[in-house]
Design a binder for this molecule. Sequence first.
Ligand code: OSB
Ligand code: MG
Length: 369
Amino acid sequence: MIIKRIDRYQVRLPLRTPFETSYGRLTEKAFDILLVTDELGNKGIGELVPFEQPDYIEETIQTARIIIEKHLIPLLKDKEIYDPNEISSLFKEVKGNQMAKASLETAIWDLYAKRNNRSLKTYFATTRAQIPVGVSVGIQPNLSELLKQITNYVDQGYQRVKLKIRPGYDLEPIRAIRKKFPKLPLMVDANSAYTIEDIDRLKKLDIYDLAMIEQPFSADDFLDHAQLQKVIKTKICLDENIRSLKDCELAFALGSCQSINLKIPRVGGITEALKIVEFCEKHGLLVWLGGMFESGVGRALNLQFAAQNMFTFPGDISASDRYYFEDIVSEPFMIQEGEIKVPDGLGIGVKLSQEKLMKYGYYETIYSN
Ligand code: OSB
Ligand code: MG
C-alpha cells in the first residue's frame, strides 16, 4: 500500500474534572486525530497524544506536529508498504519523538488491518472479548474528596486504583484509602517526584500492600531505582523511563524495576510495543497497559492491544466518561462489571463522530500526493 493523503483533526476536549499530578494540573486535553488514506481509498486513524507542556516527558504536541510534517511524512512519500512492521525501521533515521512516530505508525496498522478486512486484535495473541480495567486518580484537595472519588470508581466496578502521589501527599492518603478499602488492588504513581534522598520515606510505603510504586525517580535514572528496588519488596514500575526495548533490557539487567507501564505511543508504536511484551514475558516482568487520557481512538487501540492474554493486570484504560463528557467516536466506551468490551469491528473498531469532531476541533489536509 502507498499513503496518498493524510488529514488531521486538531481537537481539544474539556476534562470533567481537573487532573492533578506531582508536576501539574490539566483542565483540558489537546490531541490530534490523523487520518491516513491509501491508493485504494482505505483509511486508517491514529491519535497523537503528547501534552502541550513538556512536563510528563519532553515531547509536546507542538513539537510532534513539526516532526510529523517535516520529517516523518516525507519518509512515507511514494513508499510501498507491505507490512506495518516496516514503519518503525523506516522512521529510525528520526531520533526520539516516539509519540509523533506512533501516531502515524498506529494509523497505518489500522489502515492495514482494514485493508485486509481484519480486526486489529487478530494480529496479536488475543482471546479475550472484554478486559478488566483500572483507574488513575489525581491528587485531591483533601482526604474526604479523595475517598469520595475512590468510592465512586469502586462502585462503578473499576478493578484497580492508581493514586497519584508526591512528597508530602503519600503516606496519609494511602493510609486513609487502606483503612476504608483494605483489600482494594491499589498502586501509586509519583511521576518522578522523588529523589534517592527520600528513600526512607519510600520504604515506609512497603507495609500498605501496594501492587506497585510507579516511577518514583527521574525519567533518566536507572541506578537509583535499582537501589530502591533492592530494599523494598513492593514492585517498582517504570513508565517515563521506558521509550524502547533497549530501555527495558537495561532496567531488567540493573534490577531497576519488576514491572513496566507500557504505553504504545511512548515507545514509538505497535511494533516496538510487541517486542517489549515479548521481552517482559520471557523475563517475568509484569507488563500492563498505561494511558495518556486518550480519546476513543487511542482508547480503542489500547483495548485491542491489552486484549493480549499476557495483560492480566488491569490497565489505565477507563471508560470514556471517566475523563470526558463526550467522546469523538460514535460509540463511547462503557465499563460493565469492571470490564470494557474490546471493539470487534475492522481495524481498531471505532467510527469517528463527524459531529463531535467539528464541535471540538478543526480539520486540515497535511499531505496529499
Ligand atoms: O503517569 O501514567 C501516567 C496520564 C497522563 C500522563 C501520564 C500518566 C497518566 C495517568 C492516567 O496516570 C492514564 C489514563 O488514565 O489515561
Ligand atoms: Mg505514570
